[in-house]
Design a protein around this ligand. Structure first.
Ligand SMILES: Cc1cc2nc3c(=O)[nH]c(=O)nc-3n(C[C@H](O)[C@H](O)[C@H](O)COP(=O)(O)OP(=O)(O)OC[C@H]3O[C@@H](n4cnc5c(N)ncnc54)[C@H](O)[C@@H]3O)c2cc1C
Ligand code: FES
Ligand code: FES
Length: 517
């Protein structure tokens, strides 16, 4: 630990008390602090990489006067990131007289727990679910979504899903109480008083080193980025957290941008929405789905809910993994990114951000500020149910070995704008097929201006299969990846014709004959 650094204490509200922790290293995780410093061992460590949910806790923040709660993975969350927040672990759910929270009582009643190792995580996800939805509205689908980041290796999920639904039979217990709200307001006042005291100090020749900086304004973030280009920028830490827990990397300085108000907003403009880089994946996908409801099922296949609650869209884009899921979609939608520094802003199409394998055009003094996503071109329906005759048709397909909470072998996003049966424009983004997320320019050209029919699609399928030279790895072989690209284009075309491919049995022989290469 740096002995010259100025360590800001971490303060958070838990179990009705303010906890203050001094001199916490910037890369210490919330799980380490809970188990090792506070000796709260109810929260478990399973995988240490956001996959199993054993470490799930609930965090709460006041936003526009409302308490927003979300389940997150404490194993990859940095302890400093909960400064000023309310935190609930499994120790906080039962009331002081021992009355169990409905999430606990229902798990016991439905025999949802066997090993006890994963159970605290399931209970916390259920507690967040019952906080966010009226218990009577919780059905098995909603419960499956809420539990998408929790693994049970023994009993199976049926009794756990039963427990989620059974919570409706029990008296509701809220995490959101007046003492929690007033406690959070008191923490905000302390933080504000500290900020003012710091600002009124005489200027120093050099800025004091702060191992974990959480600026709240864009101008401060950019000044810090310029002054400390070596500091590790973090947002939701769902990528960086694994560098710490799995690769044992250490960072002397961390620059956390999740409190920057300008980057936490989604702004609506006449022709696009601008999603701030610090907006969580859950909120960003909700905004994208509001524009294009067909994206709903894809949004739910991005990691599990606790990862989507913590991770940001900006982090996914800035990280630039070739198998990241949002970028093929954003490329297909024609998204632009806005990069910010103390010198000003620059804007570029998303695909131009990627220069090579995990190499981006971001300069050392820049951060990703916003992702601008064009709004859909209105479409009109074709004669067959679900078919589109003009306007935009857009889909994104994720191919992975496991349906839930898995990384893509291939991700393909396609958007066509049709007019009078012709392709006015085609836009295709692909992941898992090159060193970066890419735009499929040759395949777009094969579709552009052509009639939107089987022979055009056949020709474009061949182009798409040959456009990239994907590698073979544990997720898929090169040949499989190429083959599946073409198949997905075929699926896209069939869906645009009103063929509901979610149910393959609904495919008629003539559907297939029409497009057999
Ligand atoms: C269990 C699990 C499942 C996952 N599943 C998926 C999945 O299905 N699909 C998928 O695509 N990804 C998945 N991920 C990866 C991860 O969740 C995403 O990449 C996420 O969007 C990263 O965002 P973050 O805010 O957590 O970024 P962080 O981890 O905080 O940062 C990631 C990188 O981006 C940089 N960065 C972040 N924000 C900015 C900014 N504004 N400006 C400049 N640089 C910035 C950081 O410096 C760092 O290099 C998964 C991760 C886990 C742990
Ligand atoms: S320990 Fe497995 S998700 Fe945190
Ligand atoms: S109850 Fe813990 S793994 Fe199933």
């Amino acid at each position: 630990m740096d002995s010259h650094a100025i360590y800001k204490p971490i303060r958070f509200l838990k179990g009705g008390q303010v906890h203050t922790l001094a001199r916490v290293a910037p890369t210490r995780t919330l799980l380490e602090v809970l188990r090792e410093d506070l000796h709260l061992t109810g929260t478990k460590e399973g995988c240490g990489e956001g996959d199993c949910g054993a470490c799930t806790v609930v965090v709460g923040e006041l936003q526009d006067g409302k308490l927003q709660t979300r389940a997150v993975n404490s194993c990859i969350k940095l302890a400093h990131s909960v400064d000023g927040m309310a935190l609930w672990t499994v120790e906080d759910l039962a009331t002081p007289d021992g009355t169990l929270h409905p999430a606990q009582a229902a798990m016991a009643e439905c025999h949802g727990s066997q090993c006890g190792f994963c159970t605290p995580g399931f209970v916390m996800s259920l507690a967040a679910l019952s906080e966010q939805h009226p218990p009577r509205a919780i059905d098995r689908d909603l419960a499956s979504q809420a539990l998408s980041g929790n693994l049970c290796r023994c009993t199976g999920y049926r009794p756990i899903l039963d427990a989620a639904v059974a919570m409706a039979r029990m008296p509701r217990q809220r995490l959101d109480t007046p003492p929690v709200r007033s406690g959070l307001k008191a923490l905000a006042q302390i933080a504000q008083a500290e900020k003012q005291a710091l600002a009124s100090r005489p200027a120093k020749p050099k800025p004091a080193r702060s191992p974990y900086a959480t600026p709240t304004e864009l101008s401060t973030l950019l000044a810090l980025r310029k002054a400390q280009p070596e500091a590790q920028v973090v947002a939701g830490c769902t990528d960086v957290g694994l560098w710490i827990t799995k690769q044992h990397r250490d960072f002397a300085q961390v620059l956390d941008l999740t409190r920057v108000s300008e980057l936490r907003q989604i702004d609506d403009y006449p022709h696009h929405i601008a999603i701030g880089a610090a907006v969580s994946l859950s909120e960003a996908f909700a905004a994208l789905v509001a524009q294009r409801p067909a994206l709903q099922s894809f949004a739910q296949r991005f990691a599990g809910l606790p990862v989507r609650n913590a991770g940001t869209l900006g982090g996914n884009v800035a990280n630039g993994s070739p198998i990241g899921d949002s970028m093929p979609l954003l490329i297909a939608l024609g998204a632009h990114v806005v990069l910010a520094s103390t010198k000003g802003f620059r804007e570029m199409p998303l695909e131009d951000l990627y220069l090579g394998y995990r190499k981006t055009a971001l300069r050392p003094d820049e951060v990703l500020g916003w992702i601008k996503v064009p709004k859909p071109v209105p479409s009109s329906k074709g004669r067959r149910k679900g078919a589109v005759s003009s306007g935009e048709f857009c889909r994104v397909y994720k191919i992975s070995k496991r349906f839930e909470d898995d990384i893509s072998a291939v991700c393909l996003a396609l958007q066509v704008v049709l007019d009078g049966g012709r392709v006015v424009s085609a836009s295709i983004g692909a992941g898992g097929v090159a060193a970066t997320p890419v735009r499929a320019r040759a395949s777009q050209a094969a579709l552009q201006g052509q009639p939107w029919n089987a022979s055009t699609v056949r020709a474009a399928m061949a182009t798409l299969r040959g456009e990239f030279a994907p590698i073979s790895d544990m997720r898929a072989s090169s040949a499989y990846r190429s083959e599946v690209l073409g198949n997905l284009l075929l699926r896209f075309w069939l869906e645009s014709q009103g063929t509901p491919l979610a149910d393959v049995h609904a495919l008629t022989a003539s559907d297939l004959e029409a497009v057999q290469p």
